[in-house]
Design a protein around this ligand. Sequence first.
Ligand SMILES: Nc1ncnc2c1ncn2[C@@H]1O[C@H](COP(=O)(O)OP(=O)(O)OP(=O)(O)O)[C@@H](O)[C@H]1O
Ligand SMILES: [Mg+2]
Length: 256
Amino acid sequence: MSLLRVEHMTHYFGGLQAVSDYALELEPGQIKGLIGPNGAGKTTIFNLITGIHTPSEGHVYLDGQEITGLRPHRIAAQGLGRTFQNLALWRHMTVLEHVKMAHYSRIDYGLVGAFLGSRRRRVQEQEFTERSRELLRMLDIESHAEQLVVNLPYGVQRRVEMARALATDPKVLLLDEPTVGMTAEELRQMIEVIHLVHQRLGLAVFIIEHRLRFVMELCQEVQTLVFGRVVAQGEPEEILNHPKVIEAYLGEDWED
Ligand SMILES: Nc1ncnc2c1ncn2[C@@H]1O[C@H](COP(=O)(O)OP(=O)(O)OP(=O)(O)O)[C@@H](O)[C@H]1O
Ligand SMILES: [Mg+2]
């Protein structure tokens, strides 16, 4: 079975069918893209996979285990990391604190945690700091470790969010429009960062994206979603010339 597999997933918001009979197979180490016009249902698909919404119909499997309908933190703990379309960062925390928080969130302390010895807690704290710094180094933002997120350029904030997603040690990383609002230079850096993360950590990556250049450079396969339905999927070249894709994007500025 694929690392991430979605079968016959359909979702309704009231009377609106936001996603229709959606399927996905993501293999270990693969980078796939999901494109489609505004409101097509792309973010909803991420929210259904990551447990923010429970699909009206269908099944999601991660590494052979069914995760349909589990709570988001349980799904994250099973190896699914994600970033959000609108940055979801705490503006008044430092970069390092953000990534460390994510490490902590993996541990269900509960009552036992309350009685954890202080020495053990210190050792763990040290370990989280080291692992967080390692991630920041990999994403080339270690020099910002002690800075407040609110003061950083947008492109760096995006990488902080990615570092936070990686801190949960995912097998699969879902990125929701990681380049929205970025300058050309930030875009270039983001492509490099994703390449690097993909190579070093051997992750499977699933990316929602508007910018074609980005999709072309990174993805081995692309799905096109229109009104909640996949109308075309295949290699990027194939997709760009697909009549249904051209029709769906008619009048839209792809490079936005
Ligand atoms: N929580 C919700 N409740 C009701 N309707 C919703 C909810 N979330 C999304 N929708 C609707 O579902 C449809 C798909 O929205 P979604 O955000 O998934 O689109 P998208 O492809 O990510 O668009 P964009 O490119 O603008 O980010 C839209 O019609 C949207 O209004
Ligand atoms: Mg969206």
